[in-house]
Design a protein around this ligand. Structure first.
Ligand code: CUA
Length: 459
């Protein structure tokens, strides 16, 4: 080693070793404080110290209290299903162990720092601190301790992982168009920019294997389903419902924290997952994989209802839309607007199912609107379709139809030549056309009850 290098290393070593030393410390402190004018700096430091302390306290309090909301929609601590409880039964002990380890490590660091504080009047110049090495008891302890903790956590995690990922949905009997069908509760969940589609196959059995054979070429065209909804998935209570999760464009992630953890929606993959709700209720969810402009506005709800109410819901969903026949009505004009502007993307069974061939969007898909008015949210679970008094929220609906990009960003307008929109484009409708098409939309599907409207309200 050359001399200059050696001297550099030894200087660095000294600096490190003597960081405790009074002379170095005080020199550094002096340099910092007196770098400009001593009095000015210290006054500034005092001022900063006084104003920062309460600010830090307030910020800390806000952070802590923010975790205490009782009605937080995406609160993982409020488990409402067996699966969510299994996840929390793992999380709580791990949090406690991690907390104890954190307290021990931080406590030891603080204790050692205070214990070995340098007295202000002592000068260590030229002195070496006592050198310590090879403490066998300590070394064996901090090797075996963490290994045991990690092994226990790993085994517990594996057990929970298997439990959460195993599905054993019991078949239930449902009435479909007057016929009794044995239904393995299974819903195909499809993510696309930026909404969720839920497909129910009641009269035929669809498995992950069946869908897996479709591969990535399946595109939007999954096997024809009996019921197709958007944004809201209705499930019967006390019943494990198997999900098959996929995507039509980019990777999304399905997450309804009160009922289960997250599962990615990957194009071309059909991933099994499950949900189960103990009690009737509305469970909020959010896409949790960054998927483009409106990722944060890709929301959903699981609406759990009693088995009886679930049958009523099926009955309503199996009805085709009835089209207006009186030419002098807004609904009739709305039907013409729909046929001219909306039908190239949206399906309304009973109106354009004869020649519907997928949506002219990147994903090849747009929400099925056959029972639009039977849902309580629209535009990816973002807006309320009804006001709390039960009237249609036509302000938000009109704003969405007038120019979707104004209320929910998407890559729909000003696209390069030849590329398809991701999200809903501005169709350039007149105000008259907008109110007419809203009049038609309001007739599609049965009106939800006031209780449903209030329970599913989004902010
Ligand atoms: Cu879909 Cu994020």
């Amino acid at each position: 080693m050359s001399d200059p290098v050696r001297s550099l290393i030894s200087r660095a070593a000294r600096a490190a070793v003597f960081s405790r030393s009074g002379s170095l410390r005080s020199r550094a402190a002096r340099a910092a404080v007196f770098s400009r004018s001593g009095s000015l700096r210290s006054r500034a430091a005092r001022a900063a110290g006084f104003s920062r302390r309460p600010l830090g306290l307030v910020l800390g309090l806000v952070l802590v209290l923010a975790g205490c909301a009782q009605d937080a929609e995406l609160d993982t601590f409020q488990d409402r299903s067996e699966t969510a409880r299994q996840i929390n039964d793992l999380m709580y002990p791990v949090l406690i162990v991690a907390g104890v380890v954190l307290a021990l490590v931080c406590g030891a660091i603080l204790w050692l720092a205070v214990k070995n504080r340098v007295p202000a009047d002592k000068d260590y110049e030229g002195e070496f601190p006592t050198q310590v090495s090879h403490n066998n008891r300590l070394e064996i302890g901090w090797t075996i301790g963490p290994a045991v903790i990690m092994t226990v956590i790993a085994v517990a995690t594996l057990i929970t992982h298997v439990a959460v990922n195993s599905t054993e949905a019991n078949a239930i009997e449902v009435q479909v168009d007057g016929q009794t069908e044995t239904w393995e509760p299974r819903v195909v969940v499809v993510g696309q920019q930026w909404w969720w589609e839920y497909r129910y196959y009641l009269t035929r059995d669809i498995t992950t294997e069946d869908l897996g054979k479709l591969g990535e070429d399946a595109d939007w065209e999954l096997p024809r389903a009996d019921i197709v909804t958007a944004g809201q998935m209705v499930i019967p209570t006390g019943q494990e419902v198997e999900l098959i999760i996929t995507s039509r464009d980019v990777i999304h992630s399905h997450w309804i924290p009160a009922l289960n953890g997250k599962k990615d929606a990957v194009p071309g993959l059909y991933t099994p997952w499950k949900l189960e709700a103990d009690e009737p209720g509305v469970y909020f969810g959010q896409c949790t994989e960054f998927c483009g402009l409106s990722h944060s506005r890709m929301r959903m709800q699981a609406v759990a209802v009693t088995p009886g109410d679930f049958q009523d819901w099926i009955d309503a969903q199996m009805d085709e839309a009835t089209m207006p026949t009186d030419e002098d009505t807004a609904e009739y004009r709305g039907m013409e607007v729909f046929t001219n502007y909306c039908a190239s993307c949206h399906l309304v069974t009973g109106l354009n199912d004869g020649d519907y061939n997928g949506a002219e969007t990147y994903s090849g898909s747009a929400p099925d609107l056959t029972h639009f008015a039977g849902r309580t949210t629209f535009a990816g679970g973002l807006f309320n379709l009804y006001n709390p008094d039960g009237s249609l929220n036509d302000d938000d609906l009109a704003a969405w139809i007038r120019n979707p990009n104004d209320v929910k960003e998407n890559y729909a307008d000003d696209l390069p030549e030849g590329s398809l929109p991701r999200g809903m484009p501005d169709m350039g409708l007149s105000e008259r056309q907008i109110s007419d098409v809203i009049a038609l939309l309001a007739t599609l599907g049965p009106r939800p009850t006031e209780a449903q409207i209030l329970a599913t309200e989004v902010e």
